[in-house]
Design a protein around this ligand. Structure first.
Ligand code: NOJ
Length: 440
């Protein structure tokens, strides 16, 4: 290891903001960029060093921003590019770094790339997505399943082929074997780096490359009823293909064209596969997200084992990292209870490596029960009733005891936890023994 100063992303603390739910500034019930700018002081006082924003780009919001229709703008719900520049300048003035979400695996079906691609078989963007012939009987090209339920293939009647989508039909997967696609996304990265962004968290990084022959996925022998249907198959051919490491290395080279930026990967894989994403001689992601704490049975022995396993698996000089919560998983306070959530905070903030906090976990925010008619998450809508819904961990930030917790003066897009009346920033700040002050 060289003896240059430790990087900000090594000694710092990352904080994930789900922009829809952090702070509304225009009374439409949805959080926005000016709202985040207003709350930077809170974040500085909390002691975090970087904020990662879930997607803020123009989107039809079929998957709440993870379906992007223009990589180079800001959705009007969140504000404008000027609001973004203001946020970055204010964050930097407060010594906070800004990390954006990069969603390179798929676009929205409303992105101009896909509209072109679907327009005809010989369109020059046809090969930017994954189009395949139907099988002889008209069925989908193979057995791959969408993570949000049903087949991962949708038929396009206009051009009589299927396109692949690992998530919603409104989220067609890009073809990462096509060099033009790679260059287009690398240019997106450069655009935001030039705007001063300090890094990217890359959405479903392990999904980018699919099997060249599109072989059927094998059945999963440990599949249990009550689990999401796509788990009935092992994603052997649809994810984590060997060629992905070449892509990660290329992305890292783009990051290294700029000084002091970070590359973080969203990767849900067993630890031995996860650490491969550091790349050969650490030429890949700086921080392949380590999600092991999200699913470990909460007892000391199991946790100790996973820490040992992770530390042992790390390549030499690779920097570890730890995550306790995110916008896809139940809140930690609900998984382990309020008392153990304090222990979990101590663990997260004292383990060797970079911690990532999820907004509101510092208040002990719980998973909120969502009534049927309030469900917004497409995963829950497509695969109802087995507890996969993600709305409950995306509810508005609880700032104070005012109506809607000070989050909005309008109607919040998701309900607040009932506990907000006492479990809020104003209240917990005043209580020296609160979980918030423990985090501080
Ligand atoms: C992972 C994101 O974290 C999740 O919220 C999203 O639905 C999927 N990727 C699809 O983009």
């Amino acid at each position: 290891m060289n003896h240059a100063a430790v990087s900000w992303w090594q000694e710092g603390i990352l904080y994930q903001i789900y922009p829809r739910s952090f702070q509304d500034s225009n009374a439409d019930g949805i959080g926005d960029l000016p709202g985040i700018t207003r709350r930077l002081l809170y974040l500085r006082d909390l002691g975090v060093d970087a904020i990662w924003l879930s997607p803020i780009f123009p989107s039809p919001m079929a998957d709440f921003g993870y379906d992007i229709s223009n990589y180079l703008g800001v959705d009007p719900i969140f504000g404008t590019l000027d609001d973004f520049d203001t946020l970055v300048a204010a964050a930097h003035a407060s010594n906070l770094k800004v990390i954006l979400d990069l969603v390179p695996n798929h676009t929205s079906d409303q992105h101009s790339w896909f509209i072109e691609s679907r327009s005809s078989r010989d369109n020059q963007k046809r090969d930017w997505y994954l189009w395949r012939e139907p099988r002889a009987d008209g069925a989908a090209p193979n057995n791959w399943m969408s993570e949000f339920g049903g087949s991962a293939w949708s038929y396009d009647a206009g051009t009589k082929q299927y396109y692949y989508h690992a998530f919603l039909a409104q989220q067609p997967d890009l073809n990462w074997r096509n060099p033009a696609v790679r260059q287009a996304i690398y240019d997106v990265m450069r655009f935001w780096f030039r705007k001063g962004v300090d890094g990217f968290r890359v959405d479903v990084l392990w999904h980018l490359i699919k099997d060249a022959e599109f072989r059927d996925n094998p059945p999963n022998p440990s599949f249990r009823l009550g689990r999401p249907p796509h788990e009935a198959l092992l994603p052997l051919y649809s994810t984590d293909r060997p060629e992905i490491l070449e892509v990660v290395t290329e992305m890292r080279r783009v990051v290294d064209e700029f000084s002091d930026r970070v590359l973080i990967g969203e990767i849900y894989l067993p630890v031995d596969r996860l650490v491969a994403y550091y790349g050969k001689d650490l030429s890949g992601a700086h921080l392949p997200f380590n999600f092991a704490l999200l699913s470990v049975p909460w007892n000391a022995r199991a946790i100790a084992k996973l820490i040992d396993d992770y530390e042992r698996a790390l390549p030499a000089a690779a920097w570890p990292n730890w995550v306790l919560g995110n916008h896809d998983r139940p809140r930690v306070a609900s998984r382990v209870g309020q008392a153990q959530a304090r222990v979990a905070a101590m663990l997260l903030l004292t383990l060797r490596g970079t911690p990532t906090l999820y907004y509101g976990d510092e208040l002990g925010m719980q998973q909120v029960a969502i009534a049927l008619d309030q469900v917004r998450d497409p995963f829950e809508k497509n695969v109802p009733g087995i507890g996969v819904g993600r709305d409950g961990c995306r509810t508005p930030m609880q700032w104070n005891g005012d109506a809607h917790g000070g989050f909005t003066t309008g109607e919040p897009w998701l309900p607040l936890a009932n506990e907000y009346a006492h479990q809020n920033v104003a209240n917990l700040s005043a209580d020296t023994r609160s979980v918030l002050n423990l985090y501080r």
